[in-house]
Design a protein around this ligand. Structure first.
Ligand SMILES: [Zn+2]
Length: 435
């Protein structure tokens, strides 16, 4: 007799809360020899092998990983699908980088065949890096998001995406109009939002590239459909902030532009927020809006250092974002490596357990999906990873010296990358194996 259940035996670690709120010790649960029991795509139990193994029916298959760590799947709260082919473009800061590299690259997504090809590469890359959920920018073209959702649906992934709305201050070949941006977004929402594990995000690129008419219609979409997401950029670069002030002189600041058009809320995620002030953080917290912290991008584009302690002080939800292609890696482990350095440059520490939280449960909370993903609590969807302690010779040697799980975790985040991700599971199905 076969069973619908499967058991995975390895060291298991997951977040239970934000260390800033509950303290380090209460923020995680660790089983040195653990079992994760999965049934019909969901976690049905988690615990010590010594407690759980004896309770299993003999028909349950037990898959064992030695010298490996199971964690929840990583959550990337900010990434651009159409920038996959331009990661690592040299020499510019945000506004020149957009004009020189980004817009010409995104232009190619008018072609459905190109969009489908890159969607496939992009999804494989996410899964190779252990990212099981992402909040994704398409290009201005509806087909870019069609292609992404089609590819994500085949693998039954929990993904969120939206078509960029952009009706000014960009090349003619890459702009929509308030009406076409609204209609195309609406068509995508009707087709994909809530289908399987997919969600739609209304996606104005950022305030400078949308007219007040377009931002009004973006806000209107959010009121027309329940549980829609909203994603955009904010306060990434000082020149950008000056530009927003010049374009919207009647508004009190950058966040106030979005606030005025009713784009803040529980499912709104603002990328970067490097130069936000206290009042803006307080407003984000009041409205339940979240920030996506994108360290590799902020360093690569010379944007600045994100003030995580300030966001914590105001209790703003923060997730982690790779921001590929401004960011330089699909790897959440490498993104955490850079996040640590961003904190060091500000005289602050980023503990390994806070890092784990940002990459998993914190991201899930930012996306209001923490009742489904982000931790391995029974009842949650079985999105998880297996990290290999012997992925590289140096990692293997270094981890032999690690004294506890805290040190092991920090070394994985510092030396680890896509090579470290041995397997990725989504809803209990193997969606990537390094072998
Ligand atoms: Zn971005």
């Amino acid at each position: 007799m076969t069973s619908t259940q499967k058991a995975y035996r390895a060291a298991i670690l997951h977040s239970l809360g934000d260390p800033a709120e509950v303290g380090l010790d209460a923020s995680y649960e660790y089983f040195a020899d653990g079992v994760l029991l999965v049934d019909n795509g969901k976690v049905s139990a988690i615990g010590h092998a010594r407690d759980l193994l004896d309770t299993l029916d003999a028909a349950v298959e037990v898959i064992e990983y030695t010298d490996a760590l199971i964690t929840p799947g990583f959550i990337d709260t900010h990434i651009h699908l159409p920038q996959t082919g331009m990661v690592g473009s040299y020499g510019e800061q945000l506004l020149d980088w957009l004009n020189t590299y980004t817009f010409p690259c995104e232009k190619q997504f008018a072609d459905p065949a190109h969009a489908a090809e890159v969607a496939d590469i992009f999804l494989k890359e996410l899964l190779r890096n252990g990212t099981t959920t992402a909040l994704v920018f398409g290009s201005v073209h509806k087909v870019s998001v069609e292609a992404f959702f089609q590819a994500a649906e085949k693998l039954d992934l929990r993904m969120i995406a939206g078509k960029v709305m952009m009706d000014r201050n960009a090349p003619d070949y890459l702009t929509d109009t308030p009406e076409s941006g609204y209609a195309d977004s609406k068509a995508l929402i009707e087709r994909w939002h809530g289908k399987g594990r997919l969600h739609y995000a209304v996606t104005p690129r950022f305030a400078p590239t949308s007219t007040p008419e377009q931002l009004t219609l973006a806000g209107q979409l959010l009121t027309e459909y329940p549980d829609l997401y909203m994603q955009t950029h904010i306060s990434e670069n000082l020149q950008e902030i000056e530009w927003v002030k010049a374009l919207f002189p009647e508004r009190s600041g950058y966040l106030d532009v979005y606030d005025h058009f009713q784009l803040l809320g529980q499912r709104s995620v603002f990328a970067h927020g490097v130069h936000l002030c206290d009042a803006e953080c307080a407003r984000l917290a009041d409205t339940g809006s979240a920030i996506s912290f994108c360290p590799t991008s902020n360093l690569f584009l010379g944007s600045g250092l994100f003030n995580l302690p300030m966001a914590e002080k105001h209790k703003v939800n923060v997730g982690l974002g790779t921001d590929v292609g401004g960011g330089t890696s699909f790897s959440i482990l490498q993104t955490l490596n850079e996040a640590y350095k961003v904190m060091q440059l500000q005289g602050a520490k980023l503990s390994p357990f806070k890092s784990l939280y940002l990459a998993t449960l914190g991201g899930a909370r930012a996306l209001r999906l923490d009742d489904k993903i982000g931790s391995l609590q029974p009842g949650n969807e079985a999105d998880f990873l297996v990290l290999d302690y012997h992925a590289t010779p140096l990692l293997s040697y270094r981890l032999q010296q690690a004294k506890n799980i805290e040190e092991t975790l920090f070394v994985l985040m510092t030396l680890g990358d896509d090579r470290t991700v041995q397997e990725t599971y989504s809803a209990g199905k193997l969606v990537h194996s390094r072998r």
